[in-house]
Design a protein around this ligand. Structure first.
Ligand code: ZN
Length: 214
């Protein structure tokens, strides 16, 4: 089983094994618009399996014998316990956009575009107090250029609504991860790109993680 790192109090590091990753789609209005999608009235929820979790950022993968680019979506990601958020991390929801587009046109499930091995890339996670969640935001920098910025204040569905909605039809196991959607600015990953993901509590940087795309 794949694991993520949790840096708890006193910098002790623990491996956490989520049973699944629960994702929300189109949770930022500007991102829904950039892909030409309508803004949803109820949260769009999909899953990534434990096997999709990775700490490595891959620029492409093989689909039907051909290489397809991966697109990044940077997302505030949360670890939960007893349906409550206890930690935050920086996540990249990697997407095979071309495959997703073909599946969407046919009304087919998205797993081939969203649930492949390595499709859920995470930084380490750090504790967060529930009352601080509204002040969380993220920033993605690629090759020293700021590409994506967003925060809980810009989300259509806030994390508590997302938890209520998801747990209305599936069980949130302890240590499952919630990915809370991406702001505008998605695009393709290129081999050699330097990605820096940061999570902020107001203006305090909680997490800064760097990946080189392979
Ligand atoms: Zn996403």
């Amino acid at each position: 089983m794949k694991a993520v790192s949790y840096l708890g109090g006193g910098a002790s590091k623990t491996d956490i094994t989520p049973s699944k990753v629960i994702c929300i789609g189109r949770n930022y209005v500007e991102h829904a618009k950039e892909l030409g999608n309508e803004v949803p009235s109820t949260p769009i929820i999909f899953l990534k399996p434990n096997s999709s979790i990775s700490s490595q950022l891959t620029a492409e993968g093989m689909v039907n014998g051909q290489s397809e680019a991966h697109h990044y979506e940077s997302e505030l990601s949360f670890l939960i316990n007893q349906k409550k958020i206890y930690a935050v991390g920086f996540g990249l929801d990697l997407t095979r956009r071309q495959t997703q587009q073909q599946l969407k046109e046919k009304g087919l499930p998205w797993e081939r575009a969203k649930a492949f091995d390595g499709a859920a890339v995470f930084s380490h996670f750090v504790p967060v107090d529930e009352k601080d969640i509204p002040q969380l935001s993220l920033k993605l920098t690629i090759n020293d250029v700021v590409i994506q910025q967003g925060g809980v204040d810009m989300m259509l569905f806030k994390p508590d609504t997302f938890i209520t909605e998801a747990s209305s039809f599936l069980t949130l196991e302890d240590n499952d991860i919630l990915m809370s959607g991406t702001p505008k600015g998605v695009g393709a990953v290129n081999v050699g790109d330097c990605f820096v993901g940061e999570v902020f509590l107001s203006d305090q940087c909680l997490i800064r993680e760097q990946w080189f795309a392979v």
